[in-house]
Each structure stands twice: as C-alpha cells, then as structure tokens.
Design a protein around this ligand. Structure first.
Ligand SMILES: [Zn+2]
Length: 506
C-alpha cells in the first residue's frame, strides 16, 4: 500500500505483522459496527449507501490482509517461541492461505450469486414456491463444490466447507456423532410423545408488556450471567444476534412478542452466552485474528449453556420466580416456580427449527446435515429436495410441512451459501453439557449451580474456554477442559435425566 518498496522483513520480528493485523482488525470492527447499526438503528433510506460503505471497508480489509507483504512477514515470522505469538502466526497463516487461495473472480461470482439467491429465497418463501429458489440453490451448491476445490481437502469436499466454521472438524466425525445421537435420542422422543402431555401452556402466551420483558431479561442477563452495561448494550433487531468490536464493546440484540415472552427472554440469554465468551477472551489477543471464539460450535456451547442448561433449569426458576412474578404479575398469577419451569420446557415435535425445544432441536439439524451432504455429493438432486426434506421430517418428528415455506425454505443459510454451517448448532449443544459436567466436577461449582449462582462457573469458563480465543482449536479446548473428545454421551444423559423426570418416564 506504499509507493516505495518495503524493506526486507526482519526474521523473527513480529512488530510489522502485528501492526497490519491491528489495522485489519480495526477495519473489520468498523464494518461490524456499521452492520450492527444497520440492523438496530439505521433509518431505512440509508441502506443503499450504507451497503457501499461497508463494501469499501470489507475491500480495504481484504486488500490489506492478502497483500504480498503479509506473506513475506509470515514467512519471516518463523516459529516464535512465545506461545501466544506462535498461535498468532499459525492462525494468521491459515487465514491468509484461505483468503488468498480464492481467485478474485470467484469471490465476486459468489457474492453476486448469494445476493441473487437471497432475493429468490425471499420470493420463494412468500409464494411457497420452491421452484423459484431451486436454480439458485443448484448454483450455490456448485459454488460450494468449487470453493472446496480451491481450498483443497483430504477426503471429502464437505470438510473444506465445515472447516470455515468448525476448524479441524471432519465430516466422518460429524456423521458418527450424529448417528449415535439420533439412535439414542429418537427412542426418548418417541417415549415423550407417547407419554402425552396434559400441561396447560397458556401461561406462555399471556400478555407481558415489552418494556417489562426487556427489564427482566436484562436484569437476569446482568445478575445471573454477568453481562455488564460497562461493556455491553441490548437492542432490538428482526433476528437476534451478538456482535462486538472489542472484548469491551459488545452488542446483544433480541426481539419481543408481547404474547410470547420466551422469545425475548431466552433469546437475550442465548446472545448473552455469546457475549460473555467474547468478553472472556484474553486482553492480550485484542485486535488480532485470535481475539474471538474458537469456532461456531464452541460459541454455541456458551449460548446454549446460558439459554438452556441454566436458563431453562429448575434451580434457575426456583431462584428467580419471585423476580419474574414482580416483573410480570399477570403472567405469574396462579403459577409457581415448578409450573413455569415445566412450561418453558415443553417438548413438541414441530416444523420450525428456531422454535424447537431441546429434545427435537437436533433432529432439525441432523436432517439438514444429511441433505446438504447428499446435495454436495450429488446423490440427491435439488429438484428432489422438498420430498426428501418432508420424508425426513415425518421419519424423525412425525410431522409433514404443509408447504415449503414451513419446510425446506425456512432457513436463510443455504441461500447465503452457508453450507457446512448447520452441524455447528448441534456440536455446540453437545459441548455445552460436556463442559457443564466437567465444571461440576468442582463441588463448589456444582453447589452454586444447584442454587442458580453462576459466578464460579463463569470463572471456570473463562479459564478453560474463553481466554484462549482462537489460539486453541475446538478439539484442543474440548479435550483440555473436559478430559475427553466431543461425543453425544453427556447430552444424551442430560436429556434422559431432565425430560425423563418432566414426563415421568422413569
Ligand atoms: Zn447462537
């Protein structure tokens, strides 16, 4: 980016490399801040120019990061003795290689195709016409295959896609873990459905004013889960998310429905889990490629832990029912901690992934994983996808979507080219319980969690998961924190214990 040639990079000196990485990080943070503003504050007419501005920042960041100078600096960096520097060089080399393997024309084609596919997907959802979206999905699959070819892989093209979201994870491991999970939780789901459910769930749809929902959700996020207005804020957006521009500048969003409070409450606590992960990354990693969560799966383990393992636990509702009743006296009338605990843990096989409970959720993921894998391999044709989708919904959950909008068209991911992304949701669920079990090996943490106090648990998570950022791989974090590789064991035991009791199966 200068007119005079750079001097030769000094072997072993990381000063210049770090300066470039800080600049890249700052440009990305500026673009993320614009994106957060776009989703939460921006007046609608600003969208067109905002898109151009964000695209300029993204272009500058990419140009800076993929410049030949960075390759020189990485070559000269050798293998630093300092552990953090070594991780920085390792991860940056990997990111740099990925970013430079793609020809510019391919990146542009991908971006155009995704934009067109997105519009087609919106139209297809409105009209319920899969045929409108089908040619775009074919193109996204073709691009995904070519992406994998550009990046390279040892055994399966899906590995190259998965690696962007879950570094180091392989399709064979996902397949084996998911098969095990399915074989052990489908019988549980069948027993729950067979047991029947006479609970009155109308409490969930009683009116709970939005302002009061916000205050309650935030109070719990702060008191129980450690969110702090000093480094975070909560806003509203169409789709909840967490984003951050440093570990001390974190934005959480949620959405509200006056007649369905679980959406805002559990949405806020879910995103708070993501937020606390980013806040827990060590300050020394700030403004580098290491300063965020290790993977989407590890990230989801943190959000699911707060949302489900803690927020939907019995001790939690026993401790906070009084606060809830103050915030929502009309909703709480005639209820107690146990009845509310029961209501927010309803198991109901249904059509929509994002509304699914803990028992059925993973089936939504497993079917998407199987289908996108088959599409990528070419053993399933796009035109046959809706039938394949509906058949699996019937097989797993015993429901058939009345139309494709409530079936194969419900998620944005495939239209955005996010193929290989879905498994991370279930990997995160599995890891959430495996981590909590490991933390509970400390009897003090176990006693606290059983009283819905999470201070020491949060310290444990910072120590064993958060602080490392991307300097350790998901597999390394999992093994070091829990003493074993990721598996379905802990999650299956958790579901059997919790829902066996709720549905009186034992
Ligand atoms: Zn999440």
């Amino acid at each position: 980016m200068t007119s005079t040639p750079d001097p030769k990079a000094t072997p072993g000196d990381l000063t210049e490399l770090k300066r470039v990485l800080h600049q890249v990080s700052d440009l990305n943070a500026a673009a993320s801040l614009m994106s957060w503003d776009q989703e939460t504050q921006m007046p609608p007419d600003a969208a067109r120019v905002r898109g151009l501005q964000m695209s300029t920042l993204a272009g500058l960041s990419h140009e800076l990061f993929t410049a030949p100078r960075v390759a020189e600096l990485l070559d000269a960096a050798a293998d630093p003795a300092d552990e953090t520097d070594a991780a920085l060089v390792r991860v940056t080399r990997r990111d740099h290689a990925k970013a430079t393997r793609l020809p510019t024309e391919f990146v542009e084609e991908q971006s155009r195709a995704a934009s067109e596919a997105h519009h087609a997907w919106i139209e297809a959802r409105q009209t319920g016409s899969f045929a409108t979206f089908a040619p775009h999905l074919e193109r996204m699959m073709d691009l995904a295959r070519r992406y994998a070819d550009h990046q390279g892989y040892d055994e399966h093209p899906y590995d190259a896609l998965l690696d962007d979201y879950e570094p180091g994870m392989k399709v064979g491991q996902v397949r084996a873990t998911f098969t095990d999970l399915r074989d052990r939780t489908l019988p549980l789901l069948r027993r729950i459905v067979a047991a029947g459910d006479a609970t009155d769930y109308s409490v969930l749809t009683r009116p709970f004013p939005v302002d009061a929902q916000r205050r309650f959700a935030l109070r719990i996020a702060e008191e129980a889960f450690g969110l702090n207005p000093g480094f975070s804020r909560l806003d509203e957006s169409a789709h909840p998310f967490q984003t951050n521009f440093s570990r001390d500048d974190i934005r959480v969003t949620t959405r509200f429905d006056e007649r369905y409070f679980p959406m805002s409450l559990f949405g806020t606590w879910h995103e708070t889990g993501h937020a606390m992960y980013e806040h827990g990354v060590a300050a020394r990693l700030e403004r580098t490629p290491l300063s965020r969560g290790a993977s989407l799966g590890v990230h989801e383990s943190q959000s699911r832990m707060f949302e489900n393992l803690l927020g939907r636990s019995r001790p939690f509702w026993e401790r906070y029912f009084g606060v809830f009743a103050q915030a929502a006296p009309d909703v709480a009338a005639g209820q107690d901690a146990l009845s509310l605990y029961r209501a927010v843990n309803r198991v109901q096989p249904d059509l929509i992934r994002v509304e699914a409970d803990e028992v059925t959720y993973n089936f939504h993921i497993m079917l998407r994983f199987e289908l996108e894998l088959a599409l990528l391999e070419g053993t399933l044709q796009v035109r046959d996808l809706p039938d394949a989708w509906n058949a699996r919904m019937q097989e797993f959950l015993g429901v058939t979507p009345p139309d494709d909008a409530q079936g194969v068209l419900q998620d944005i991911h495939w239209s955005a080219g996010l193929i290989g992304y879905f498994p991370t949701y279930t990997l995160g669920n599995l890891l959430s319980v495996q981590l909590l079990d490991a933390a509970r090996q400390d009897p003090v943490i176990a006693q606290e969690v059983d009283r819905a106090e999470y201070g020491r648990l949060r310290e444990w998570l910072v120590q064993h998961v958060h602080q490392y950022g991307r300097s350790r791989t998901p597999a390394e974090i999992t093994l070091a924190a829990t003493g074993k590789p990721l598996s379905a064991d802990a999650y299956v035991a958790y579901l059997e214990g919790k829902y066996g009791e709720i549905y009186g199966l034992n």
